[in-house]
Design a binder for this molecule. Structure first.
Ligand code: ADP
Ligand code: MG
Length: 256
């Protein structure tokens, strides 16, 4: 049987793709049988790992890819880098703890949430990103179509679920109770990374019901790392630098 055909039958597609290069390299470097076999299998393994990561990254549905390396911590001194570095080690995912990022618009909540979730994808975890609005549309539609149970099961599956922009839109009673059901399902089974522009005291308003808000906070905060960001919007800084906005109150005359 031909080598490539054999590799394909064995589903070693990455090695099949690169087998000529691998053989050529092995002969150039005068590799022994064992070393050659190791190189060949490593080629297949790397290909599979890469492919798996691409599939997980795609199914995570990130709106953009953001990384911790792109994040300018000097711009946002209220964030403790050590805490973020520790979270990037992902022990919070192993312990099924939550991460909650709070702060006004533009301070990097979504950026940090995506960065941590990208780390989880790289480490082999299943991840899903949804805005709260997308989540509520999905849950409400599922309820109407009588397939809530199935959707809830699907949403428990990702080891990390990012829920972005909690608090921009208020929820009605049904939405709040659907959200609570999801939270209960995932509780102590999988991690949430949640961002919100509202502080916890204002969550009663989001859910339109203080008792439900308390029950939700109780589950969310039980095992949670809360990162409160106090600072200026990075978007506004960009606008200031390009002259679209007046400089920050530094005493200098304002050019209009
Ligand atoms: P938020 O979710 O808090 O409203 P974002 O995370 O969407 O803010 O940030 C707004 C934009 O500014 C994004 O493009 C983000 O990548 C960028 N950004 C925010 N903070 C920083 C930072 N400290 N360093 C680099 N880029 C940042
Ligand atoms: Mg955001």
């Amino acid at each position: 049987m031909q080598l490539v055909g054999l590799l394909e039958k064995l589903k070693m597609v990455h090695l099949a793709d690169q087998v000529d290069v691998v053989c050529e390299q092995a002969s150039k470097r005068d590799l022994g049988y064992k070393e050659f076999l190791t190189e060949a299998l490593a080629t297949e393994w790397k290909g599979r790992h890469q492919k798996g990561m691409e599939v997980r990254l795609h199914s995570a549905r990130f709106p953009q890819i953001k990384t911790l390396e792109q994040f300018d911590f000097t711009f946002q001194p209220s964030i403790d880098r050590k805490v973020i570095r520790e979270l990037a080690g992902l022990s919070f995912v192993e312990r099924t703890e939550n991460v909650i990022l709070l702060g006004p618009p533009g301070v990097g909540k979504t950026h940090l949430a995506i960065s941590l979730a990208v780390k989880a994808v790289e480490a082999g975890y299943r991840v899903l990103f949804l805005t709260l609005e997308q989540l509520l549309i999905r849950l409400t539609r599922a309820k109407v179509e009588n397939r809530l149970e199935r959707i809830l099961q699907q949403l428990v599956y990702p080891k990390v679920l990012v829920l972005d922009e909690m608090g921009y839109l208020p929820m009605n009673r049904q939405e709040a109770s659907l959200f609570f059901r999801l939270l209960t399902r995932r509780y102590e089974k999988a991690s949430l990374i949640l961002t919100s522009n509202k502080s916890f005291v204002d969550w009663g308003e989001i859910f339109g019901d203080h008792i439900l808000a308390t029950a939700i906070l109780d589950r969310l905060l039980h095992h949670a790392h809360v990162i409160q960001i106090r600072g200026e919007s990075y978007r506004l800084r960009d606008a200031r630098q390009s002259g679209l906005l007046a400089p920050k109150n530094d005493g200098a005359p304002v050019a209009v």
